[in-house]
Design a protein around this ligand. Structure first.
Ligand code: HEM
Length: 426
């Protein structure tokens, strides 16, 4: 097995740097599942303490955790621009994200000002360190469609964090930001579209053709889409100042851009060179199908006001976007990155000849990845039904808990094979 071309693997950080993030994420997915299973009635609205706590277990504890770990690896290797003091950056941002997210979740669940305060200070400090290092690396990186997508996503993250900190300080009773409603709306849209979606789009331009052997994305799309979505997002955040028709046009353009990315990716995957079954491909397909479902649910809300005013509408949109799209694509990425890094570091540490160490495919058993995918798919289907049948909450949370546990066990199995064949952590 050879290393993909055009990547600077000599600049790869030590395995432990990204790995600590990847292995810390599944327990937060498990925590979100337990919150769903234990208090399904509390999910009737997106604003209940349980709903806000599990939203951040997913967006910070799982998604941000894996995405920061992936950036620790991709900035030096894909962008060819190492992070300054990577061990310090990884150590500080990992510990503060872990403890800060737990404190913020405790803040939502207990309404304790101190918990909000501790969460805000830890998350603020940790993200400040990571964002400064990422900005330093991205400023020196060679421009390209993936680097530009990552740059916009990192700006989206910075705006999301600033707004989130302001909202946490409000809840701690330490500060009252102006225009709270707009701050919340901007926090949500920059978090989900500006950070999560734009990072997936930027990275997709590289990893979908590379790992799934598809043709490259159309050059015009990869050149314009991320920038156009970011500009529309900025306009979306000032919608209260716009005439109604203009605001509707901005939202429709955003929905069209999201649809374009999902359909373009599915079309490329249907033209991939190798037609073998691949769990990662199935995770990406589920992710793209969920994005298309998000746009469909949004279109229904444009023509059916009763649905737009219901509590179920934003809940279903959140479940499809965060669970169906983001968690699926990020899990699919984990199943490519972790086996690849375990093989890569084992091979380079041992200067091993082919055949003497496990291949990338041997690092995690395919049948166990597939079983986890099926659990995830079932959990997504049950969760999408919860806004209509809340009594399914216990089943949905329980299946999601099993899925999170098996994901963790699968990732740990790669680690076990790595150490059993002589791999070490420097
Ligand atoms: C420093 C990190 C963060 C802090 C301190 C934070 C804080 C908050 C607070 C206090 C609220 C409740 C708003 C209110 O009703 O008062 C909130 C809502 C929300 N946050 Fe965050 N947040 C952070 C990061 C994120 C990230 C990275 C994302 C997404 C990627 C995110 C997604 C959301 C969503 C979706 C809601 C609204 C819940 C809903 O609409 O159902 N947050 N956040």
């Amino acid at each position: 097995m050879s290393q993909p071309a055009g990547l600077s693997f000599e600049q790869a950080p030590p395995f432990s740097l990204p790995l600590r993030f990847f292995l810390t994420a599944p327990p937060f997915l498990l925590a979100a599942a337990i919150l769903i299973a234990l208090s399904p009635d509390e999910l009737a609205s997106r604003w209940t303490p349980q709903a806000l706590a599990l939203t951040h277990a997913l967006t910070l504890g799982f998604l941000a955790m894996v995405m920061l770990g992936a950036l620790m690896q991709m900035l030096p290797v894909v962008a060819g621009s190492p992070l300054p003091a990577p061990r310090w950056v990884a150590g500080i941002s990992h510990a503060t994200l872990l403890l800060g997210t737990a404190a913020l979740m405790a803040g939502f669940l207990t309404a304790e000002p101190a918990a909000y305060g501790i969460g805000a200070v830890l998350l603020g400090a940790g993200f400040a360190v990571f964002l400064a290092a990422a900005a330093f690396s991205l400023a020196r990186a060679v421009a390209g469609v993936t680097v530009n997508g990552i740059r916009l996503a990192v700006v989206g993250l910075a705006l999301t964090i600033l707004l989130g900190l302001a909202l946490a300080l409000l809840r701690a009773g330490w500060w009252a930001p102006p225009a709270v409603e707009s701050a919340i709306a901007a926090h949500v849209s920059f978090g989900l579209i500006g950070w999560v979606l734009l990072l997936v789009i930027g990275v997709a331009y590289q990893v979908v053709p590379m790992f799934q052997l598809t043709p490259p994305y159309p050059p015009r799309l990869s050149r314009w889409l991320a920038g156009a979505l970011f500009a529309l997002l900025l306009l979306h955040s000032i919608e209260p100042l716009m005439p109604h028709v203009a605001a509707r046009f901005v939202d429709a353009a955003l929905a069209a851009g999201i649809l374009l990315f999902a359909v373009a990716t599915l079309r490329l995957q249907s033209r991939r060179r190798r037609k073998l079954p691949d769990v990662t491909l199935d995770y990406w397909r589920l992710g793209m199908a969920s994005l298309i479902a998000c746009v469909a649910v949004w279109i229904v809300a444009q023509v059916w006001p009763a649905w737009a005013d219901s509590d179920a509408y934003p809940l279903l949109l959140g479940i499809l976007f965060i669970g169906g799209f983001a968690v699926s694509v990020v899990t699919g990425m984990l199943y490519k990155i972790v086996p690849f890094l375990a093989w890569f570091h084992l091979q380079s540490q041992l200067q091993a000849k082919a055949g003497s160490i496990p291949t990338m495919k041997d690092m995690i058993a395919e049948r166990w990845m597939r079983r986890q995918f099926r659990l995830h798919l079932a959990a997504c289907a049950l969760l999408a039904a919860v806004p209509f049948w809340p009594q399914l909450g216990v089943a949905a949370g329980s299946v999601l808990a099993l899925s999170a546990l098996l994901l963790w066990i699968n990732l740990l199995s790669a680690l076990r094979r790595f150490t059993r064949h002589g791999g070490g952590f420097s």
